[in-house]
Write a protein that binds this ligand. Structure first.
Ligand code: HEM
Length: 437
């Protein structure tokens, strides 16, 4: 029988709903999950919203009932304006077709060609950090991952252009969650639009260069990519997709690398095991994909960082068909947010969920395999993060170099409290003292 029960929860105050609390309260979802359970209502970014927690909820949204949901209608309007006509706002057949076109640039044989650039940029930063001795790692990782993303994804070598692009990106990102969406010159959102326009101009210039002289980067592969009917991405779309990759590809990786370094410093025994694993490989020389695949303990450590510190809080979707979940009815026109960090801390799935314990992913334990969609730091289902292989490879390369040759300690008098929006990070950015071993 059809249910007419709307999920429990509160719509908050008129117009704003609970948007301000959602953005500012670190435990917004957790508190309401404790009170109402795995589905509850709220009102965020101007729309009635249900928030869904847990693997069953994630499977429902990401896979089994994905036809009830739209990405295009899900992301707050700021995302659509700032990130343009890219994969993020596509649905159905259009999405499937474009995803297939972009996929080869971020998977398989293409990845092997990126190792050299990733290593070269990493080495440059290691050298710089050794000289600096003390610094805020979040800011440094942001530059490092941006240099990698801008060189491989939009063909811009580190230097003046990449530093300028990085600053523009900061401004753009701040606009994504701006509560006041007025596009005036002095509002956050207005500044974000101006920044986006400058980035688009830059990418357009590089696309024209790459069309004349293809290189060994993802942008060149995107330019050459053709679908089953021999169609390739148009100029405007290429630029929008490249902007999206640059956006999706560096803040998230920065977040996970920062938390990786926090947890390694907090857990010397994990650091030691990860170092010992690295010693099996030749100390110098470039990595191969095969070697990276053999770093199984590092894999576990990274899975545990993904679980405890997922970069992204969840994914928004627009409800395009009424649906029922757990005996509650949700009408079309609402939006859904599937929650990632809260799903990762359910004690029914992960033993002692607050503990940093990479061995929960050992072949004997495999805690995340008891229920599908228990570990969803990269989303899941047909819209699993497109950059997952790229990001994992990059993080492994950076981590392997750090483990092989360096040590660091967390400086006192700083807060490591997690700030979740726009991506998760320690409040004071992780200030460390850094040295070679
Ligand atoms: C640690 C790094 C990363 C994390 C944690 C991460 C996380 C995510 C998550 C959670 C989603 C799904 C969002 C949803 O369901 O609403 C997603 C989608 C996506 N990610 Fe990532 N991501 C990372 C790195 C990257 C990189 C490096 C790229 C590109 C080079 C990338 C490109 C994308 C794209 C294009 C999508 C949309 C896929 C689609 O709609 O088909 N991501 N990512």
């Amino acid at each position: 029988m059809k249910s007419d029960r709307i999920p429990p929860g509160s719509f908050g105050i008129p117009v704003l709903g609970e948007t301000v609390q959602f953005v500012l309260e670190p435990n917004f979802v957790e508190k309401r999950y404790q009170k109402y359970g795995c589905i509850f209502k709220s009102h965020i970014f101007g729309r009635p919203t249900v928030i869904m927690v847990g693997p069953q909820a994630a499977e429902f949204v990401l896979s089994s009932h994905m036809d009830c949901f739209s990405w295009r209608q899900g992301w707050p309007n700021n995302f659509k304006v700032l990130l343009g006509e890219s994969l993020f706002v596509m649905d159905g057949e259009e999405h499937r077709q474009k995803r297939r076109l972009i996929m080869p640039a971020l998977h398989g044989a293409a990845l092997a060609k990126y190792i050299g650039t990733m290593e070269e940029i990493t080495r440059r930063y290691l050298q710089k950090w050794q000289e600096k001795l003390e610094f805020s790692w979040f800011d440094e990782f942001k530059q490092l991952t941006f240099d990698i993303a801008s060189e491989l994804l939009v063909g811009t070598k580190a230097g003046d252009d990449s530093a300028r692009l990085s600053r523009l990106f900061d401004t753009l990102t701040k606009g994504l969650f701006a509560v006041n969406p007025l596009p005036l010159p002095l509002t956050r959102f207005g500044k974000a639009i101006a920044a986006r326009n400058e980035i688009l101009d830059h990418i357009a210039k590089v696309v024209r260069e790459r069309q004349k002289n293809p290189a060994q980067d993802a942008l060149s592969l995107l330019i050459q990519a053709k679908d089953e009917e021999g169609k390739s991405l148009g100029q405007k779309e290429l630029i929008a997709q490249a902007l999206l990759l640059l956006f999706a590809g560096h803040e998230t990786t920065t977040s996970m690398l920062t938390w990786l370094c926090v947890e390694l410093a907090r857990h010397p025994e994990v650091m030691q095991r990860a170092r010992t694993e690295q010693m099996q490989f030749a100390p110098d020389g470039a990595f191969t994909l095969e070697q990276l695949g053999q770093m199984v303990y590092l894999d576990r450590v990274l899975l545990e960082v993904e679980r405890l510190h997922p970069s992204v809080g969840g994914g928004f979707r627009g409800v395009v068909k009424d649906f029922e979940f757990n005996g509650f009815h949700v009408p079309a026109g609402w939006q859904v947010l599937y929650a990632i960090p809260e799903t990762h801390r359910l004690s029914g799935i992960f033993s002692q969920p607050e503990r940093f314990d990479p061995d929960r992913f050992s072949p004997q334990r495999q805690e995340h395999k008891q229920h599908p969609f228990s570990l969803i730091g990269f989303g899941g289902g047909p819209r699993l993060c497109l950059g997952i292989a790229f990001a994992k490879m990059e993080m492994k390369i950076v981590a392997a170099h750090l483990l092989r040759g360096y040590q660091w300690e967390i400086l006192p008098n700083q807060s490591l409290k997690p700030v979740r929006i726009p991506t998760s990070r320690p409040q004071d950015g992780l200030r460390v003292r850094f040295q070679s071993l």
